[in-house]
Design a protein around this ligand. Sequence first.
Ligand code: PFF
Length: 459
Amino acid sequence: MSIQQGSDNQNQSIHGLWTNRWMFVLAATGSAVGLGNIWKFPYITGENGGGAFVLVYLLCVAVIGIPIMMTEVLLGRRGRSTPINTIRRLCDEASASRFWVVIGWFGMLAGLLILSFYSVIGGWALVYIPNAMSGMFSGSTAEQVAEIFNGLLASPGTLLFWHSVFMLMTMTIVARGVEKGIEKAVRILMPVLFVLLLVMVGYAMNLGEFARGVAFLFKPDFSALSANGVLIAMGHAFFTLSLGMGAIMIYGAYLPKDVSIAKVSIIIAVADTLVALLAGLAIFPIVFANGLEPSAGPGLIFVTLPIAFGQMPGGVFFSTLFFVLLSFAALSSAISLVEPVVTWLVENKKMSRVRASTLAGFVIWCIGIGTVLSFNVTSAVTVFEKTFFDLLDFIATNIMLPLGGLAMALFAGWFLPRLISADELSMGQGAGFRVWWFLVRYITPCAVVLVFLNATKII
Ligand code: PFF
């Protein structure tokens, strides 16, 4: 077990501490690397025109993502509790209004909403494991692969079943406690996933359309990017790094005092970004080589990768391995989405972890039914031209997470005494600290507000 039990030392989480910084990096990377990188990044990049979108996303990771990640970790480590209790403690320490506790409440809600649809997509990854094993994709054409995926979407029963399996797996791990569930699997599987993605990029290089894929990803064409696209790029920077809702804050609560927050944050952000870019590099050459549309939507990886697997030597093995790894990556992220709620129920409502997990899991499962149905029975029911799934994703990812991040930046930049931040970041008052301070005080809040105003066409 990698988390030591907490002592009654006031400055230590009641749930213990990571034994070293690598355990934290692994758990936080496990949270960050997930469906967001492999499923979502390629499809939203495809929907928003490619290069310019990628550039804005990368900028958001650097200018907003890394400073907010440092902020979340520092708040978590200082407060050593669930996001709500952490912020409450820090408000008292800083003699600031308790209003800021809203960050914790808002974050818990965002986590519940995101997991409700995340789990349905996690279910897609799960059902593709037996599909891949059965050799279903061997020699398949693009049409046959699309048919398999459309058949899945058209079946609410199958979607509900796999959504239920995914939720059950997540909540079982959570009920057993953070320390036992996460890190063992992540330690082995993350590197394997990385290598497999490299193999797939290697395969894509031989497809003939690799250069076109690279150009699509990295050659910015700003005429293809709308104001809404910029908002989606920013929302995705939060989503992919697990920021703005307290997931990273709660992992920070278990971080030993002597670890450099700046270093670990940069490592996590770089690893996460690399995985997303590799996924893009593997997928777009397949899209172009098979005459598919980059803007195919949420099914993009499920209708492209199986074509490649169906043609490559050892495809059954590689495809099975890929969907197993994708499912694990999704699970390690799902765990962190629900962790703030479960720990809060344990700390504040004195529930056992099992009870808290069952309750939270049931509520999330119920909301997830809305997403299941939005791909079939209620697919024609739209609000602002969005189905239930699209709307939920849009509100939680593009509005709630950036708002949560904005509030954290304002709290740390304007209300938390500078000395406390400097003490936690352990960077002294030198250039590194001043860059962070400037970013969270001015740049991050302004960037988030500008993107919001831009997307609502106010400016
Ligand atoms: N970062 C995860 C992904 O990219 O799949 C999703 C996620 C996990 C978002 C945890 C938010 C969060 F708090």
